[in-house]
Structure formats: structure tokens, C-alpha cells
Design a protein around this ligand. Structure first.
Ligand SMILES: CC(C)(COP(=O)(O)OP(=O)(O)OC[C@H]1O[C@@H](n2cnc3c(N)ncnc32)[C@H](O)[C@@H]1OP(=O)(O)O)[C@@H](O)C(=O)NCCC(=O)NCCS
Length: 267
């Protein structure tokens, strides 16, 4: 079956108004697939007409209908595969800025399909509330991981000691500011209050800077004291307080922190 994420990516490309390129691309695939199909069709028509005469007329018409539909389906599928591949490449270049990050107790890495069950177990009501997610947001993420579909900017935290999935983080572009990335995270219910978030966030912030981004933005709510504490500890400074609309539809009093890369003074 055609993966859903590819259809979504094609839809996103079309929504951005790339209609002219889309029509050109589709036409070129129809030409590529259609040319050999027409040759096959003409040969079959000639053979059937010579062998069976006018008796083969119905068969010839049915064959051409199947051929045309087949060409459109195959060319359309190939075109969608190509467009979604290009969108995927573009999204990966913008989102997957970190491959693997190591800290004392954790390996922070992109998720694999076999993480899906542990990932689902690391999501509870507190995680949803802390990130302003709906249950559907979480289900979509777990399903994408299970199916091996793209999960742009998502990293999971694996404990070195026993391989347990401790939590996760997202690293996303900060609007149009190419020099900044926005970091969000959570720790699963079984592993909270053990210093994992402090450790993971410090390592992630350093890795994001090492990847060439001057600032890391962290958004939280006024009620999330743990995140505020972590931001203080890593040296992030409060940049803004404003009402924050969340994916679950709520609007909360938000705090935005910024961590700036410390550059060594020139001698
Ligand atoms: C917030 C969260 C990530 C903290 O993870 P954690 O691994 O338990 O945090 P740590 O153990 O590293 O603790 C960091 C600091 O926060 C404090 N803290 C942790 N949980 C707290 C809580 N519920 N209330 C108040 N302070 C808390 C710790 O005492 C620690 O302070 P200290 O440095 O003075 O000792 C975790 O509770 C969680 O995933 N919550 C749900 C999702 C969420 O809110 N994500 C953040 C969205 S921006």
C-alpha cells in the first residue's frame, strides 16, 4: 500500500502552491511510462486484428482502457513517490540536525520501529499536559515510529544501563530564524525525578550548538516549575512571556527561554 505519510507530503507540497512543477512532473512520468505502453498497445492491436479480424474489436478497446488506466496509476504513483521523497529530504535537512547524542547515562537517538511499545508506555497524562498535546498527537507519533515513517526532529532517550526508553525530545526549526532551534522534551512516568531531564537537556543544548545553531529556544508554561528549574540550571535566560496556544487547543501563560552559545573570547 502507498504509505500515508507520502500522500501527506505530496499534499503539503501542493498546498505550498507548486502546481506548475507538479503538472510538469506528472506529465513527464506519464510520457516515460506511457511511451513503452503505447508501443505494447499498438503491437497487441495489430496482432489481434491480423489474427482475429474485427472479432477482436471489443478485446482491443478493453485492452486500451486498461493500458491507459494502468499508465495513469503507475505514473501517478511514481510521481508521488518522487515528490514525497523530495519533501522528505527537505524536511530531514531542516529537522534532523542531530543524529546521536551521548550523555553519562543516556543515548539520545532517532527512534526505531521496535521502540514503539516502550514509547507509548513513556507517554502519560502529565506528558500530554506538559507539552500541550492531545492523545491523538501521541498516537500519531507512536504509529509513525512503529511503521518506520518519518518523525522529523524526534529523538528518544535510551538508558545505557538497561536499554530502557526513558523519554524523548523534539528539535524543531524556530520559525524563520535559521540560526535557532526549538527544543521540547519529556521523561516517562517511571523515570522522573532522577535527573534524566537535566542530563538530557544539557547534552542536547550543547549538541545543537555544536551543530551550528547559535540559540536554542525552550517554551514552557508558568506552572511547569521543573522546566523552569532546568532552564535556570543550564544557563538559559528568559526571553519572553506570552499567551501560548498549544496543539490541544488550550492557551496557557507561556514562558520562552533562550540559550545562547558561549563563544570563547579571542586572545
Ligand atoms: C518536566 C520533566 C521533563 C522533568 O523531568 P525529570 O527527569 O523528572 O527532571 P529532573 O529530575 O532532571 O529534575 C529537574 C529539576 O526539576 C525539579 N522537578 C522535577 N519534577 C518536578 C515537579 N513535578 N515539580 C517541581 N519541580 C520538579 C527537580 O527537583 C529538579 O530540580 P533541582 O535541579 O533543583 O534538583 C518531567 O516531569 C516530564 O516529562 N513532565 C511531563 C512533560 C513536560 O512537562 N515536559 C516539558 C515540556 S517543555
Amino acid at each position: 500500500m502507498f504509505p500515508m505519510w507520502r500522500i501527506t507530503y505530496v499534499g503539503a507540497a501542493l498546498q505550498q502552491g507548486h502546481w506548475r512543477a507538479a503538472v510538469r512532473g506528472l506529465a513527464s512520468w506519464i510520457a516515460k511510462v506511457g511511451a513503452p505502453a503505447v508501443v505494447v498497445g499498438v503491437v497487441m492491436t495489430v496482432v489481434w486484428t491480423v489474427v482475429s479480424g474485427s472479432a477482436a474489436r471489443g478485446l482491443v478497446i478493453a485492452f486500451w482502457v486498461v493500458l491507459v488506466v494502468g499508465v495513469v496509476l503507475v505514473a501517478g504513483g511514481l510521481w508521488m513517490w518522487r515528490v514525497s521523497g523530495l519533501v522528505d529530504k527537505d524536511i530531514r535537512a531542516r529537522y534532523d540536525v542531530l543524529r546521536e547524542v551521548e550523555s553519562a547515562r543516556l543515548l539520545l537517538r532517532p527512534p526505531a520501529p521496535q521502540d514503539a511499545v516502550a514509547l507509548a508506555a513513556a507517554i502519560d497524562a502529565e506528558m500530554l499536559a506538559g507539552n500541550g498535546w492531545t492523545e491523538r498527537n501521541a498516537r500519531v507519533m507512536v504509529k509513525a515510529v512503529r511503521s518506520g515513517h518519518p518523525t522529523p526532529g524526534l529523538l528518544v532517550f535510551e538508558a545505557w544501563s538497561d536499554g530502557a526508553l526513558v523519554g524523548g525530545a523534539t528539535v524543531h526549526p524556530s520559525g524563520s530564524d535559521a540560526s535557532s532551534r526549538t527544543l521540547g522534551w519529556w521523561i516517562g512516568p517511571r523515570h522522573r525525578r532522577a535527573g534524566y531531564a537535566s542530563e538530557a537537556v544539557a547534552a542536547l543544548v550543547e549538541a545543537i550548538h555544536d551543530a551550528g545553531f547559535a540559540t536554542v529556544e525552550i517554551g514552557t508554561t508558568e506552572s511547569n516549575l521543573a522546566v523552569q528549574r532546568i532552564c535556570d540550571r543550564i544557563g538559559a535566560t528568559e526571553k519572553d512571556r506570552r499567551a501560548q496556544p498549544l496543539p490541544n487547543g488550550s492557551v496557557v501563560p507561556g514562558i520562552w527561554y533562550e540559550h545562547r552559545q558561549v563563544t570563547a573570547d579571542k586572545p
